[in-house]
Structure formats: C-alpha cells, structure tokens
Write a protein that binds this ligand. Sequence first.
Ligand SMILES: [Fe+2]
Length: 377
Amino acid sequence: MRFRLKSNDHTVSAPIPVTESIDYLIKIVQQLSATHDLPGVMKLVCHSACTLTGCRRAAFLLLGGESCHCATDQSVPVLCRRMCSSIDTLVGELVLKERQPILISNMENDSRIPSKLSKNTFLKSLAMLPIRPQDPIGIIGCYWTEPHSPTREQMRVLQALADTAAISIDNIRYRQDIAKKARELEKAMDGTLLAIARIVEQKDPYTSGHQQRVSRLAYDIAREMGWKEERCEVLRRAALVHDIGKIGIPGDLLTKPSQLTPLEKELIQTHAEIGYQIVKDISFFVPLAEIIRQHHERLDGSGYPRGLKSDEMLPEAKVLAVADVFEAMTSHRPYRPALSPSIAFDELLKNRGTCYDSLAVDTLFSMITEKKYQIPE
Ligand SMILES: [Fe+2]
C-alpha cells in the first residue's frame, strides 16, 4: 500500500460535546468547500478530527503517494515517528481491505499490532476509518496516548468528516485536471498558430519571421503598458497570425521586387479582411479575428479595410499596428533595405496620435531608448 501522509499533533484535552459537534461539522464543511489545495484540506481535517474526538494526534493518509511518510512534528521523537508510520501502514491496509473503521482501544493488548511496534510508541490507542468507504481514496487516523475508545456518535461524525473531505479532494483533482487540460489545449493552439504563421511565410518568404517578431514586440509593449497577462496573450496570438489573409493574395504580388501599382496595393490590402473571414468561425480564433481585421486601421480613419477611427478600434489592434509598422520598417524588403530604428521612430512619432496610438508609440520609444529593450530578431 502506498500512502501520502499528512499528520499533525494537537494537544486537545477533551472533545467538544456531541450536541455541538454537528454545528462544528457544518462550519468545517463550509471551510472545506473554500479550501482549494490538498495540504489545506489535510490540515483542516486533521485539526477537526482532534477537536471532534479529543485525540492526541490525527493523520490523513492519502492513497497514490510515492511512499509512506510520517509526521514531521519535531515534538515527536524520531523513533516514535517511525513506529507511527509502521502502525499507519499496518492498520491502514486492514481498513482499506475491510472498507470499514477499525478501533484499537489498547495497542499493547491487540494481536493486530506487533509488540515491537506498540512498545516503541507513546500512542496507546487508535481509530482509523476509510475516506469514502465504498471507493476509498485514503484513511483518517486518530491516536490517543492512553487506552481509549471513541463513542459511536464520535465515529459517525468522523465518518461524515471523512466523506466530506473526499468530495473536497475530488473537486481539487477535477480542478487540477481541467487546468492541466487547458494548458495542453493552449499548447496545441500555440502550435497550430505557429504552423499557420509558417504557411504564410512560405507564401511570402521575404517576410519570414515577421509575424513572430511582431507578436513578441506587441506582447512586450502591452506588458509594458500594464495590461493583464491574459489580454497580452490574446494580442500575442493575434499578432502571430495577423497576416494570415496573405494566403489569399497571389504569391508573385507579395514578392514583387519593385513598387506596387495602386491596383496591386489595393489587392494586397484585402489581406486584412481575408484574414478575418478565414478565422472568424473557428472558436479559439474568435477573440483574434477582429484584431487581425483591424491591424491596418489608423486612428484618423485613413487605414483599411473599413477606415475605422480611434474610438471604433480595439486597443489590441492599436498596439499591433505600432508593432507591425516598426517591425516592417526595420526589416529588409525586396524593394528596399532595412531602415534604422531611428527612421522607423521618426515615422511613428510624426504620426503619433493621428495614425498611431500615442501611448503605444511612447511605450515602445521608452522601452528602446531608456530601458535597453532588445528588438526581437
Ligand atoms: Fe498586414
């Protein structure tokens, strides 16, 4: 049998009266429902078991641990702690096998406890019961330093405590499971986004890495502006695929080494709307779709595809626009070499507040000039 054990020693001289134990139990049920971590549940249950029964020591043994640990309370001598652990394991196995409580009112006279164990512990009696008898997930043990038998009523209340603890532990495990699955889903989503970003780059190799760099830059600007992590993450993901609509543009137009004609420019500009149309019906893209659609809009309405004005634009799109323009200007293009960051800033500062969000521009400027920010490569 493998246990994970958490136990506490308590100096409770007498149990609370039976008439008060139901009220006490109700209070503990409320506290358990607000406890969202395993150690917290174990500690609360041990303390409550001592209060309800007046035992000297309570142990919470959870199945599924790597080994059987004993209490680390320094007031208990090392030898006693080792003996307790052996008794926990020995009696615990019986409890799990029979799926019902076991009471040992005097360990020294009980054939189930080897004398080498009972003689070497200061504990003289115990009560152990399964946590959820029909499908046990562990055991609660109560120990006294003198021969003792808890009352039938105390055992019933203790079993109610154990069963409530089972519900709390189930809930904690479900929550941990859901959180783990959400992390896995997010990881899969990031992998999918990266794959999409690479597909776009296959179509337009001159912008290789552009979306990744814009994504990093936009995320860092948003963080610096004090946005919450969750919001920064949405922006980071939208930026990673913001040019997905280029899939719908002829490749020779995207890689044309000379200046574009007005008609060709118009055709390329459709990529923002195409991007939106591609992703708008995929559930995990829904928050990203509108940001993608707006990444070429400008505050004064001079952008595309819809000529939105500042108050109609998403803040995420405003930050993305600044990151996109800065990255595009400082990168090599088939029709011009990479421009220096200072030239890119001249463009952003010249149109700060008219085309580009002032706070996003100022934040990027201070990150690079004052905070030695490393531009993503
Ligand atoms: Fe774009």
